[in-house]
Design a protein around this ligand. Structure first.
Ligand SMILES: C[S@@+](CC[C@H](N)C(=O)[O-])C[C@H]1O[C@@H](n2cnc3c(N)ncnc32)[C@H](O)[C@@H]1O
Length: 483
């Protein structure tokens, strides 16, 4: 094993007060410790220039260290007050959105310069697309139950029935959500406190992380912006289930939200791992329907609890409009050809392209079978023809279908956060398409792929940034590559 290189500035697990000076890609604040030996960089995720923070060193090497944020001791002078409860999922909610955009733009473009080796990236920058809703933009939230809560005054843990989000970086500690977080549906979050009270009154226990016992585990909510409906999923363990009246719980939700309740699902999860959707156990429909419909760019999409769907649908419309703009810019490479929509999820992008092109055949591939089923149903529902969807790993699919090589002119790519496996990217390159429109929710992996694509002859022609997740460090990119 290589010997870990040491520095004279910090030690692992050391707790320090640090002043954040700069912002690096992915929401990493940069602090510098100065001494006679020079200056030493410590990265602290989810922090902002100007803040004074308490942080604990997690990793330390000769050149820099990475620390975990424990607390913000002093706000940055750029932060403003907002009427929402602070949650780990929105670390930048107090920073005006224009400044969030500036940080995201600068740090993302510098990533393409450094990792993607695109020197003139500023010249290729097209636009930064803002989210139409700055607040309350999400269509899904997962609240967790916990038997260990957080005492905000004494800043310690306490035994308490909680329903809300985990404390930042502490897997076993919950934190009650008492009011609107500013990210999801306001009526829903203002009522979460009543749902918690209802659950407490049953006398059943919330999940205890370290002991791995308890009844209540998660409460998941999906919202349709088209219909304003809410679809609920209560996740519990099974032994105490005979003592909980699911029908009565459904009636309680109807009392709170009336016609907005689309349905209530119940999931049994007896696994000890921290997952909402049980890989074993069962999902049952207790009340109403198990799907909701969302509209994007005039097309309807049916969404189940499990399938992937863009979390900010209003902004997803903007994202898709940009993808389709790049794809259709050269219609000769779309009309009367086969277009690949790889990592297609529920097939949204392919359907929009198909509906706006002439005689294009779209081949959509995604590894999640239920997403592909939804994609097929959605295409039918929208009366769009010329689409073929396959449930498969993209790499395996391309190996099994060599007939597509040299036949494709345009490829749409929208991989998950981990990016495209190098072997799979090589197979995609082997298709020998003229154009690729590559959407990414993790520009760090996309910047890595940019260098590989350049070696294969694909030049980055344009890049747009879409702020799908205001108040977080996430940014989505749409990049056009051409040979
Ligand atoms: C960011 S989502 C794509 C969303 C889709 N384009 C949309 O707009 O709805 C990434 C998708 O990649 C899929 N995926 C992840 N790994 C995969 C693989 N190895 N092969 C095929 N699909 C994969 C996931 O199931 C997920 O649906």
């Amino acid at each position: 094993m290589p010997r870990r290189e040491r520095n004279n500035f910090v030690k692992k697990n050391q707790i320090l007060d640090l002043r954040i000076e700069d912002y690096a890609f992915g929401g990493k604040g940069i602090a510098r410790i100065k001494s006679e030996d020079g200056s030493f960089v410590v990265f602290v995720p989810n922090t902002l220039p100007g803040q004074l923070v308490k942080a604990q060193i997690q990793k330390s090497s000769k050149k820099y260290a990475e620390a975990k944020l424990i607390d913000v001791l002093e706000a940055s002078e750029n932060e403003v007050e907002v009427p929402f409860q602070d949650i780990p999922g929105a670390p930048y909610i107090q920073l005006p959105i224009e400044l969030q955009h500036q940080y995201k733009k600068e740090s993302t473009l510098s990533l393409f310069k450094r990792i993607g080796k695109v020197e003139n990236i500023e010249d290729l920058f097209d636009e930064l697309i803002a989210s139409p809703n700055v607040f309350h933009y999400r269509n899904k939230m997962e609240y967790g139950f916990s038997a260990i809560g957080y005492d905000r005054i004494n800043k310690t843990d306490k035994d308490e029935f909680t329903l809300g989000f985990k404390r930042r970086g502490v897997w076993w500690m919950g934190d009650n959500l008492e009011k609107d977080s500013g990210l999801f549906d306001k009526q829903m979050e203002d009522n979460l406190i009543k749902i918690r009270k209802y659950c407490i009154e049953t006398g059943l226990e919330p999940w205890h992380g370290p002991q791995k016992t308890g009844f209540f585990r998660y409460f998941v909510v999906r919202k349709s912006f088209k219909t304003n409906e809410l679809l609920f999923n209560l996740v519990t363990t099974s032994p105490e289930l005979p003592n909980f009246d699911l029908q009565k719980f459904a009636n309680f939700l109807i009392e709170l939200f009336g016609e907005r309740v689309a349905g209530l699902l119940h999931t049994i999860n007896d696994e000890t791992g921290d997952r909402t959707i049980a890989t074993s156990g069962s999902i049952d429909l207790i009340y109403g329907k198990d799907k909701i419909v969302e509209e994007l760019l005039g097309l309807n999409f049916e969404i189940s609890m499990k399938s992937f769907f863009q979390t900010n649908p209003k902004c997803a419309e903007k994202l898709y409009a940009k993808v389709v703009e790049y794809v259709l810019e050269d219609k000769t490479k779309v009309d009367n050809t086969v277009v690949m929509d790889l990592f297609c999820g529920t097939g949204t992008i392919g359907q929009i392209v198909a509906s706006r092109s002439e005689n294009a055949k779209i081949v959509g591939v995604d590894i999640v079978a239920s997403a592909i089923k939804d994609a097929q149903k959605n295409a039918k529902r929208n009366n769009i023809e010329g689409l073929e969807f396959y449930a498969a790993d993209v790499g395996k699919f391309l190996t099994a279908h060599p007939e597509f090589e040299n036949k494709i002119k345009t490829i749409i790519l929208d991989p998950a956060r981990a990016g495209i496996a190098p072997k799979t990217l090589q197979k995609i390159i082997n298709l020998n398409a003229d154009r690729m429109v590559y959407v990414s929710c993790n520009p760090a992996t996309q910047a890595r792929d940019t260098e590989l694509l350049a070696e294969a002859g694909y030049q980055l022609k344009k890049i747009s940034l879409v702020d799908q997740f205001p108040h977080t460090s996430h940014i989505e990119t749409v990049v056009l590559f051409e040979k």
